[in-house]
Design a protein around this ligand. Structure first.
Ligand SMILES: *Cc1c(COP(=O)(O)O)cnc(C)c1O
Length: 322
């Protein structure tokens, strides 16, 4: 890079006469310099995050020291070049929120050629009508957002039809904060969902639990109750299924709170803006449409659930009258 810059700067003096061409050379040199600092900054930011992960890991109580936390670099709305940049810096696990976007990136020829060992985590709201598309993405490693039985079954059946050598890793997503805007099953129904997957979905490998948690909690204000809920749920689930807690991952912690999450036992952290910078709006028109659809389906699911609760309540009322 430096050699190229020197050559380009030199060309202004030696080869090309005339003001315009010199300006062009200077501009190209500036561009190259800018590219090289941006490139090293993703690598630097990754290194900073990995160092902090290490420090937080060392602070964990002895019982939680059994695993090093996995860093998932969340590349939603970020360019393929940035993904490749991070890959070149050694990062292998990447998180995406939109099926459309992970499909475009995952099928890209240059990426397939250059990033053979990439591992995609799907961390967005997943609609059943997009399951087939998502499961067709090469190097899909894990679906972190399975939050209901119908979705689990759809993934199971589709993965089964694809005749893959191993089941697909999934996490049960829990809405620990109870906020309506967040996906996830309720803490109360987590065990039921986990049991359903274990008993009915041979093509899913239930690898753990995931939560987003409330954005309002300030990590400086003390222990995040959402993380505490997820830790407790893992205890409960493992006890009920008679498996050791080490068998189930906990995916919790984002840019603002991953250090605390790790100290509390997180084994997967999903970090976006700290590595890649502030998020952009969804890039392609298709992704924007998907974002809108996701929001709409979420609304519909909510009203279906409300209907179910209402009819259940009225049944119960009728019963008590009889
Ligand atoms: C966007 C996103 C992240 C990353 O968030 P940052 O605050 O940018 O680190 C993590 N998890 C999920 C589910 C996300 O949607």
């Amino acid at each position: 890079m430096e050699e190229l810059q020197a050559k380009l700067a030199g060309c202004g003096n030696k080869l090309i006469k005339g003001k315009k061409r010199i300006i062009l050379c200077v501009t190209v040199t500036d561009m190259l310099r800018k590219m090289s600092t941006e490139a090293s900054s993703i690598a630097q930011k990754l290194k900073t995050v990995l160092d902090k992960i290490q420090v937080a890991s060392d602070k964990r109580p002895q019982a939680l020291q059994y695993a090093s936390p996995l860093l998932v670099a969340v590349s939603k709305t970020k360019s393929l070049d940035m993904v490749i940049e991070a890959y070149d810096a050694g990062q292998r696990h990447f998180g995406e929120n939109y099926v459309q976007e992970v499909e475009e990136k995952g099928h890209d020829i240059e990426l397939l050629d250059h990033c053979e060992d990439i591992k995609w985590h799907f961390i967005g709201r997943l609609q059943r009508n997009k399951v087939a598309k998502l499961l067709g993405v090469p190097n899909l490693y894990m679906i972190e957002t399975v939050d209901n039985e119908r979705l689990a079954k759809a993934i199971n059946d589709t993965w089964g039809r694809l005749n893959k050598p191993a089941p697909i890793k999934c996490l049960a997503q829990v809405n620990t904060s109870g906020e309506e805007s967040k996906s996830g099953c309720t803490p109360d129904s987590t065990l039921e969902l986990v049991r359903y997957i274990k008993d009915n979905c041979p093509h899913l490998d239930l690898a753990g639990l995931m939560t987003i948690g409330s954005f309002d909690h300030d990590p400086k204000a003390g222990i995040n109750p959402d993380f505490q809920t997820l830790v407790q749920l893992r205890e409960d689930v493992c006890k009920a299924l008679n498996i050791s807690t080490e068998k189930l991952d906990l995916s919790m912690g984002m840019s603002a709170d991953y250090e605390q999450a790790i100290v509390m036992g997180s084994t997967i952290v999903r970090i976006g803006s700290t590595i890649f910078g502030a998020r952009n709006a969804p890039q392609s028109k298709a992704t924007q449409e998907e974002a809108a659809e996701q929001a709409k389906e979420h609304e519909q699911d909510k009203s279906t659930q409300e209907e179910a609760v209402k009819s259940q309540t009225s049944k119960m009322k009728n019963l008590s009258i009889d």
